[in-house]
Design a protein around this ligand. Structure first.
Ligand code: KE4
Length: 426
């Protein structure tokens, strides 16, 4: 496979950008080799700088749920951009976007737009602290909520991929207020709550995890956290940056029928443009400035171009709910195809999936938390990654990431993926 232009670009990039990438997970550090530079994408396909094409299972780490260069989004951006790219003043579209989100997401009385998932999650935590007057938070080992200091404690995604134990620059003071527990371990959380009674402002969780591969909550886990938060007056934050609008119009809250107190969004909400959001109960959200004193701000929050992209995509999802059953069918077909091959070849494996989020782990145990995810055969995953890449299939370049299916995937694309997998010499 000719990747000459990508190699030239990568060596140039490293002269001007740390590690040659603007986000660490793109660097192929754990899978080995050098990152491919993409030139364009359309529907389910990526095209790199050397003209190679790939069936895309990253979809920009989630946003491209209806595929790349989705016509209605492209046209909406083209039309909007002629009227300026930013005002720094409130606009009609921001009101319409907030009302659209409230019509889709359960349990959101007020919502504030920001420009990334990190910003959404860090603002939600600040709000929970301001609302409760408490300092500590509980997060889960292997979950990733963006790169704000308070989250970089036993985090997933790039932190796990690069095996960064403690992040330099995150002070002990900050880290001491972040308590961690294993995912799916309710007892461990109840113990932390008892040991820190009256000091915990929030529990923040990925309701379905996508940052240590895909990991599902075991029955009773989220329900137990909900009950604990009610009893201890802890703010329950669902980080739906990945799951929001992807698993259902109302995300994981709808899918799992569990209400959070605050919910954060990113990725799909912006249709590939920089958008995040946090929202929830009025009783809590009304503490956000200028209504309350919990300060949060952003020059480009609610930016018209980002809003029109997200607004157009969310409307498409809201008005065509069959998209979710189509994504479920595609996910189930891919999972079945891979499972049949792995069972036939007697390869120990675990496939975790919910809808269009899934991951494959080479191990003979269930993958239910960071420890079990880490005990899988990452080296074998890395070998598979490159085999599939050479066969025109682009998986996330880390065993600690969820795959994301788009509804632009055809049955032929899924068949091609399964066939490429079949030819892998385990
Ligand atoms: P951003 O700040 O990257 O928009 O969102 C942070 C974030 C928050 N919460 C969850 C559940 C997330 O998955 C993310 C970001 N996800 C990673 C992929 N695992 C983004 C990819 C990257 O870091 O480049």
């Amino acid at each position: 496979m000719n990747i000459h232009n990508s190699e030239l670009l990568f060596s140039r990039a490293q002269q001007s950008i740390p590690g040659g990438v603007n986000s660490p997970v793109r660097a192929f550090k754990s899978v080995g080799g050098n990152p491919l530079f993409m030139k364009s994408a359309k529907g389910a396909y990526l095209f790199d700088e050397d003209g190679n094409s790939y069936i895309d299972y990253i979809n920009s780490w989630g946003p491209m749920i209806l595929g790349h260069a989705f016509e209605p989004v492209v046209n909406a951006i083209k039309e909007k951009v002629a009227n300026s790219t930013s005002f720094g003043a409130p606009t009609r579209l921001e009101v319409e976007m907030a009302e659209l989100i409230k019509s889709m997401a359960p349990n959101v009385d007020l919502i504030r737009m920001v420009s990334s998932g990190t910003e959404a999650c860090m603002s939600a935590v600040r709000l929970a602290r301001g609302y409760t007057g408490r300092n500590k938070i509980i997060k889960f080992e292997g979950c990733y909520h963006g790169h704000a200091d308070c989250f970089l404690v036993k985090a997933g995604s790039g932190i796990a991929t690069l095996n960064i134990q403690t992040v330099p620059g995150v002070t002990a003071g900050v880290a001491n207020d972040t308590l961690t527990a294993p995912y799916n371990n309710l007892t461990a959380v109840e113990k932390l709550a008892a040991e820190n009674k009256g000091q915990i402002a929030a529990i923040i969780i990925e309701p379905i995890v996508g940052n240590m591969g895909c990991i599902l909550p075991q029955p009773g886990f989220l329900e137990g956290l909900r009950k604990l938060c009610d009893e201890e007056k802890i703010v329950f934050i669902f980080d739906e940056v990945m799951t929001g609008f992807r698993l259902a119009p109302g995300g994981a809250q709808e899918k799992l029928k569990i209400n959070a107190d605050l919910v954060t969004y990113g990725k799909v909400i912006g249709g590939g443009l920089p958008v995040g959001a946090f929202g929830g109960k009025k009783e809590i959200m009304q503490h956000i400035a200028p209504l309350g004193n919990v300060y949060q701000a952003g020059t480009l929050s609610g930016n018209p171009i980002a809003m029109i992209a997200g607004f157009t995509l969310l409307n498409e999802l809201k008005n065509n709910p069959s998209i979710y059953s189509e994504l479920e069918k595609k996910g189930a077909t891919l999972e079945k195809g891979l499972r049949e091959i792995l069972e036939y070849k007697k390869i120990p494996h675990q496939i975790n999936r919910m809808g269009s989020m899934m991951s494959l782990h080479f191990c003979d145990h269930e993958v239910v938390d960071f420890e079990s995810a880490s005990n899988a055969d990452i080296a074998l995953f890395n070998k598979l990654f490159h085999h599939l890449l050479e066969n025109g299939i682009y998986l996330p370049p880390s065993g600690y990431e969820s795959w994301f299916l788009s509804n632009a995937l055809s049955s032929g694309d899924i068949e091609k993926t399964i066939n490429a997998f079949k030819n892998f010499a385990f």
